[in-house]
Design a protein around this ligand. Structure first.
Ligand code: MAN
Length: 473
């Protein structure tokens, strides 16, 4: 015969059982909550922790849930939202869900979640195992950190080398641009000379002819002048000294003509003035030519500064004087090509220099390719380059290229974004997110494709090793 006991009586009996095994030990209570259970014990009451509801103390750990927050059943599975505290002395204490209490399965290493005698205490063994694992993990992290530091040093050295190259290309570019501007000036000059040359030559020749002509005329004039002076002297002497008493009409006429000649003499100089004025006209014509003139104020200074420039750009002035326009143009072409190449290289190098290669620039040096076989594919990755997926039929696709470093909120760990991969058939452009796990070797460990053609890849690498992950033992 089955006897149905009233519920209050049922509670009384179970309560008694739990009272015996749980309340005395007050098991499963968080140390900071112990005071709540001691407070009203002598008065026979318990106050629910969250809402202040007061219940008889005998309802604590009686297997029935009386408090909304489950605080009256810290040592039983009576409340579905209750938490049981495993003290786990010698290991790590933890909270478990109270439905795991007294279910015959050992969840706390000190066995406190089950009736006494059910579970052995495994806390010391667990601690020893934990220490062993921690030592192993710390060892791996430390070895990984050493490799990581080497990567950082190599990256730094590469950056310094790049900076040096950029510096020397920049200074070569500056000097080539200066040479180029000088050669351009030279070219302009030669073009001007070439354009004005025939006119200048013509005028120069005319001037020379005129100068020769004038010189001949002047010599003649001087000779005439000297003859005239001799004759003038003879006539003058005669005029002064002849004897008037002889009354010679011929002498008298000659004397009279001499005196007339002397009084009209000045008019004979006019021709010379005209010649001089013609020469001046021609000189002006020459002076107005746009070619450099030896007599100009600037010419010696210009020549001196040109000599300096020419020696700087490695051309001897004498050779330069002989450089023809086509030669200058050829030099300009060669120099322009050099300048263009230098500019392209400089742009490429500056882009590489300024690229974000992650904390401490670490990815800069990671140019090696690593291959791993995962599932049906073989993957090849260069961490600062391309990620390739090869199938077993010999065809391959680019999943993506290294795009950016995404730092996590702790400011230490990071992921890499790979993008611009090959488009999936009937789908998106392939891309990947790459995370790291600490290891001394680099290899692809896990490949997931959570969305079609977007891959999540876990890579074993020293990049995943961090000092903060070292376990304090
Ligand atoms: C290939 C692979 C797969 C991808 C499909 C999409 O088979 O790249 O990873 O899902 O293409 O068609």
């Amino acid at each position: 015969m089955i006897v149905q006991l009233p519920s209050t009586m049922k509670r009384g009996l179970t309560g008694l059982l739990f009272f015996a095994i749980s309340v005395l030990a007050l098991r499963g209570v968080l140390p900071e909550n112990e005071a709540y259970y001691n407070e009203g014990k002598d008065q026979g009451v318990f106050t629910c922790i969250s809402d202040g509801k007061v219940i008889p103390f005998k309802h604590v750990n009686d297997g029935y849930c009386d408090c909304a927050d489950g605080s009256d059943e810290p040592g039983t599975s009576g409340c579905s939202n209750g938490k049981f505290y495993c003290k786990n002395e010698g290991f790590f204490s933890k909270l478990i869900n109270s439905n795991l209490v007294d279910d015959g399965i050992c969840d706390c290493c000190d066995g406190s979640d089950e009736l006494p005698g059910v579970c052995p205490n495994t806390c010391t063994d667990l601690m020893n195992e934990y220490i062993e694992n921690a030592k192993e993990s710390n060892g791996l992290i430390q070895r990984g950190l050493r490799l990581k530091n080497e990567m950082i040093s190599t990256s730094q050295a590469m950056k310094d080398e790049l900076l040096g190259k950029i510096g020397s290309i920049q200074s070569s570019l500056n000097s080539n641009e200066f040479k180029h501007s000088q050669l351009l000036e030279m070219k302009d000059e030669l073009v001007r000379i070439e354009q004005n040359g025939p006119c200048y030559d013509h005028l120069h020749e005319k001037l020379n002819n005129l100068q020769n002509f004038i010189e001949t005329q002047l010599n003649k004039v001087n000779s005439f002048k000297s003859n005239t002076e001799t004759l003038e002297k003879i006539l003058g002497d005669m005029n002064e000294k002849y004897n008037h008493n002889f009354n010679d009409p011929a002498v008298k006429l000659a004397s009279q003509n001499y005196l007339n000649y002397k009084s009209n003499k000045e008019t004979q100089e006019i021709d010379f003035k005209q010649i001089i004025s013609s020469i001046n006209d021609l000189k002006n014509e020459i002076d107005n030519l746009p070619v450099p003139k030896v007599t100009s104020f600037w010419h010696p200074i210009q020549e001196f500064s040109n000599k300096l420039v020419y020696s700087f750009i490695g051309i001897k002035p004498k050779n330069l004087e002989k450089l023809s326009l086509p030669e200058v143009e050829q030099k300009l072409d060669i120099l322009q090509n050099k300048i263009n190449t230098e500019k392209t290289n400089l742009e490429k190098m500056s882009n590489t220099l300024n690229r974000d290669f992650g904390p401490n620039d670490i990815l800069r040096s990671l140019n090696d390719k690593f291959e791993s076989e995962i599932g049906n594919y073989k993957y090849s990755i260069q961490l600062n380059g391309d990620l390739i997926q090869n199938d077993n039929k010999g065809s391959s696709v680019t999943i993506g290229r290294f795009k950016s470093v995404v730092m996590s909120s702790d400011g230490e760990h990071f992921k890499l974004n790979f993008g611009d991969g090959q488009r999936c058939w009937n789908g998106p452009i392939r891309s990947a997110s790459i995370g790291f796990e600490c290891n001394t070797q680099t290899s692809i460990k896990i490949v997931n494709e959570p969305e079609k053609c977007h891959y999540y890849i876990l890579v074993d690498s020293p990049l995943g090793c961090f000092e903060n992950d070292l376990i304090v033992i």
